[in-house]
Design a protein around this ligand. Structure first.
Ligand SMILES: NC(=O)c1ccc[n+]([C@@H]2O[C@H](COP(=O)([O-])OP(=O)(O)OC[C@H]3O[C@@H](n4cnc5c(N)ncnc54)[C@H](O)[C@@H]3O)[C@@H](O)[C@H]2O)c1
Length: 376
């Protein structure tokens, strides 16, 4: 049972929006806000439950950051519609009591952090994570540390847009080593914050990225794509600039994404991308869930799956490690902490018959620990 579920309708456009707070820890929850046409309350509830697990999995009794509860927001509206910003602002205005008190959030599918920050300022709130401020020892220092971290760029991309995909790449590399894959190849579905950074750090680790999909279709090359050029020329929605493709790169339609042969498949776009209907087309030996809930419960895969609650948890943890002072506001400090934590997390579940179940069990055990520590 969730702590809170809110359904909202935008008076101007009729768009629907949802907020689910699955659980509070020390009175606060954490979870991003997504915008996509077709977003449902059920989807947001599932994502909020996932956030509770993601937070709990990163519990370290020695750390300054203590995991929060899980939450998620969703707006059923097309993020490419010119009215998207106005709908976002109206939604946040309606949700402002929760943002002030219970719900810390950041970008998710279809939304950029900078757009959320602009909307938050417009409605007169302090920040999208202000609900956590009362838990900080030195609020001013902590906020400065986070601001400093957000100002860091690595080879043309903001650190905040890299940490999540860096974590996914680490999870994938752990899986590749576990399976003993030599000269591995990868396909990444989605080329926004998560997919883009995942592709970059896989390529930098020597994994050949043979295909990428965005909302308009697939680009592929068995010899490997020029990831860095595509990355630095994509637009703010993660759309590939096809004029930057090389003559030997192929273009295919979007539905062919499961036909590109690759050892590693990284779904980094929408939820429910792999279902009972198309699971038989997945030939990869390793699936690393950068997206949230990309594989439905009914889909049967033969591949080793590193579940979303583990693989894509780094963005969320990085915000809190930075704010609470477990890492410095530098790329080196962030990447080192993410690599160590992700490798340890993956190692703890990868031998299980179901790594997803193992992750959920670990999360449940951590929640009991956290409750015990903060109940009194
Ligand atoms: N951004 C984060 O911090 C974060 C953290 C954890 C998990 N996630 C999850 O990762 C996923 C991607 O989020 P993001 O923030 O990178 O999104 P984004 O909006 O930055 O990028 C989405 C990408 O997916 C592509 N895409 C959309 N629909 C597609 C389709 N049907 N087929 C192929 N490509 C499609 C878009 O063209 C774009 O390249 C989501 O499931 C999100 O919940 C995001």
């Amino acid at each position: 049972m969730s702590f809170l579920q809110v359904t909202w309708t935008d008076p101007a456009t009729g768009a629907r929006g949802f907020l689910v707070i699955d659980r509070l820890v020390r009175g606060v929850s954490s979870g991003g806000l997504r915008m996509r046409a077709g977003c449902t309350l059920d989807e947001v509830r599932g994502l909020a439950e996932g956030m509770t697990a993601k937070e709990a999995l990163n519990y370290d009794p020695e750390a300054r950051y203590v995991p929060l509860g899980g939450a998620k927001g969703g707006i059923d509206f097309d993020p490419y519609d010119p009215r998207a910003k106005q709908v976002l602002t109206a939604y946040l205005y309606a949700m402002s009591p929760y943002v002030e008190r219970f719900w810390t959030m950041g970008e998710d599918l279809g939304l950029r952090q900078s757009t959320i920050d602009e909307a938050i300022a417009e409605i007169g709130l302090q920040s999208s994570i202000q609900a956590v401020y009362p838990l900080l020892d030195d609020e001013e220092k902590a906020r400065q540390r986070l601001a400093d971290a957000f100002a860091v760029t690595v080879d043309g991309i903001g650190l905040d847009e890299l940490v999540g995909g860096y974590g996914v790449a680490q999870a994938a590399l752990a899986g590749i080593e576990h399976l003993g894959l030599h000269h591995p190849t990868a396909f990444v579905q989605g080329f926004g914050s998560m997919g883009g950074a995942t592709a970059r750090y896989l390529a930098r680790a020597g994994v050949r990225v043979v295909g990428i999909a965005d909302v308009h279709g697939v680009v592929a090359n068995p010899a490997g794509l020029d990831v860095e050029t595509l990355l630095l020329s994509r637009d703010a929605h993660g759309t590939i600039d096809r004029s930057k493709l090389r003559p030997e790169d192929e273009q295919r339609d979007r539905e062919s994404w499961l036909d590109v042969e690759a050892d590693v498949l990284v779904p980094a776009a929408t939820s429910y991308a792999i279902t009972a209907d198309n699971a038989h087309r997945v030939k990869a030996k390793l699936v690393v869930e950068a997206a949230n809930m990309p594989v439905t419960a009914e889909a049967r895969l033969r591949a080793l799956v590193v579940p979303d609650v583990v693989a894509n948890s780094a963005t969320n943890s990085w915000w809190w490690w930075t704010l609470f002072g477990d890492v410095e506001p530098t790329a080196e400090s962030a990447f080192e902490k993410i690599a160590t934590t992700m490798r340890r997390l993956v190692a703890s579940i990868i031998d299980a018959e179901s790594p997803r179940q193992a992750a959920n069990q670990r999360a449940a055990a951590a929640i009991v620990e956290i409750d015990r520590r903060f109940r009194s």
